[in-house]
Design a binder for this molecule. Structure first.
Ligand SMILES: [Zn+2]
Ligand SMILES: [Zn+2]
Length: 137
């Protein structure tokens, strides 16, 4: 069996449970990771690219100069949440909500922003809600 993306022969493990692209064609693990997954900046695990940047999901901003945003973890509450050209990207403040200013666990690898996977988005939103409840009591 060959990967329909790069043409490489699949190895035995990949052939046993191959990944598929959106058309149902077989692709190798490498191409699957590159085309359908991204690395979560929080847990460093893979998240699905198609859910990245969805409303309700989180991203982290770690470079105030590049994004005009205070460093922190933000929830996307409206689309579009950024405008960009070839050279820069600006986050639209009305489309995002600051969830946490703690970016000690975030690793954006030099990029001004990085996305969190669905699981981490969920977890962090829940703990942020708990904090809010405690504060208002
Ligand atoms: Zn491939
Ligand atoms: Zn994650």
């Amino acid at each position: 069996m060959e990967c329909t993306f790069c043409g490489e022969e699949l190895d035995i493990e990949e052939e046993e449970c191959p990944q598929y692209d959106n058309e149902g064609d077989v692709i190798c693990d490498n191409c699957y990771r590159e085309n359908f997954l991204f690395t979560c900046v929080y847990c460093q695990d893979y998240g699905l690219l198609e859910n990245r940047g969805d409303i309700g999901s989180l991203f982290a901003s770690t470079s105030e100069e590049d994004t005009d945003l205070q460093n922190g973890i933000y929830e996307i509450i409206d689309h579009p949440f950024y405008i960009s050209d070839m050279f820069s990207m600006r986050i639209l403040e009305d489309s995002v909500k600051l969830i946490s200013t703690d970016i000690s666990k975030i690793h954006t690898r030099g990029y001004p922003i990085g996305f969190l996977c669905e699981e981490c988005s969920q977890k962090i939103k829940e703990s942020a809600n708990e904090l809010q409840c405690k504060k208002s009591r």
